[in-house]
Design a protein around this ligand. Sequence first.
Ligand code: ADP
Ligand code: MG
Length: 423
Amino acid sequence: MNGAGAAVPGLGNRAKDRAGNGDSDLKPFKTLDDMGDVRGKAVLVREDLNVPMHDGAVTDDTRLRAAMPTVNELSDKGAKVLILAHFGRPKGQPSAELSLSQIVQPLSDVLGRPVRYIDWEGDPAAAVAEMQPGDVAVLENTRFFGGEEKNDPKVVDRFAALGDLYVNDAFSAAHRAHASTEGLAHRLPAFAGRSMERELDALEAALGKPQKPVAAVVGGAKVSTKLDVLNHLVAKVDHLIIGGGMANTFLAARGVDVGKSLCEHDLAETAEKIMDAADAAECTIHLPYDVVVAKEFAANPPSVRTCNVHEVAADEMILDVGPAAVEALADVLKTCRTLVWNGPLGAFEIAPFDAATVALAKTAAALTKEGSLVSVAGGGDTVAALNHAGVAADFSFVSTAGGAFLEWMEGKELPGVKALERD
Ligand code: ADP
Ligand code: MG
C-alpha cells in the first residue's frame, strides 16, 4: 500500500480549525512525535495481534506487520515496550488455546528482534522491572480479564500500574470502549501509534475534509447491513455508486422487476427515503442500467447473459453490474478527487461475476497512480476483492479494520479514537 501520509492532501486541517493557530502540521490527536524522551520509560502499546492461525501457525501476518513501525520505533528510542492485545474471545477465561504466548515467536520474526512474554499470573511488575531500555514484551491476552470488555476501572488499574505512557496503535479495536482501548487513554498520557495515525490520516482525507468531488462505492449483499453507511454517505458525498445485491433493493423500489435476485423488498420505503435524502443533499445516486444475470449461482453458468435492468426474466438473478454501467462509472470517477469504497459490485467470488468490481477497481487504481484520485477502501470482502483484482497496493489506503472501518463509514465516533484527541 502507498503511504497515506504525505500522499493524502487535506490533513491537519481539523486540528488547525480547532487550535486556530494556523499550524497545519498539528494533528487532532497526539502521536509518537509528541511523546518526548521515552528512554527507560515503560510504554503500554495497544496493538491488534488477533491474527488467524491454523495448526499453530499464523496464516496471515498483516496485523503483526502493522505493529512493526510503532514497536520498533519505541524500542529504538530506548523505551521498554509492553504490548497489550486481545486474542479471540476468552470472555474472562484464561486458556492455552487463546494465550498470546503463541504469538511471541511469529511477532519476533516480523519485528526482527527478541520479544518477551509476560503473564498476568505471578508478578508482571517484577518482569517489567527486569526489562532493559529497548526491550519488547507481549503481555498476556487482555481479555483473560472479564473486566477488559467492560472497561472496568480495576482492570485499567492493573494495566496502568505497569506503564508510564500509553500508545493506541489498534484502529481495528477502536470502536470498542474497553480497558485497553479506551480506559487507559484517560489514565496515562495517551498517543496514537504510527499505524493508527496512518489510518486516521487516510480516513480524514477520505471523508473528514476530502477534496471534492467525492464518490462513494457501496456494494455487498444487503441494504439492511449498511443502512447507516448509506444514510451517512448521502449527506457527505457527491456521487453514491450503489452495486451488489443492495442495488437490487433500490432498483425494485424504483419499480424494476429484479426476478429471482437477492432483494429486500420490505426495504423499498427505506430505499426511497435514502434516494430522497440524496436528492435533498445534491448527491447523485448511480444504479446500474445494465446487469449480468444468470439462472443459477455457479461459475460460468450456461445461462449467463448481460441485459438492460428492465429485461431481467422472472427466473434470473442479477449477479453483477453490466459493462456499459461500469464504463459510465469509470467516467464518474475520472471527474472525482476522492473515492471511498466498501462492498463489491457483484458476487465477485465466482467468475464471471467479478468483472465489474475488477474493472472499476482497476480504474480507481490507475487514477490514484496518476495522482488525480485519493482512494480509500475497507471491508473484509472488499479487501479480498481488491486483492483478487491485484490493485490493493495501488489504492491510497486499504483498511483491514473491519467493524471499526464500517462504524467510521457510518459517521460514528470511535471511543478509542475520541480518547486520543487533544484537549
Ligand atoms: P464487505 O465485507 O466488504 O463489507 P459485504 O460483506 O457487504 O462486503 O458484501 C460482500 C458479499 O456481497 C459477497 O459475498 C458478494 O458475493 C455479495 N454480493 C455482491 N453482489 C451480489 C449480488 N448481486 N447478489 C448476491 N450477492 C452479492
Ligand atoms: Mg463481508
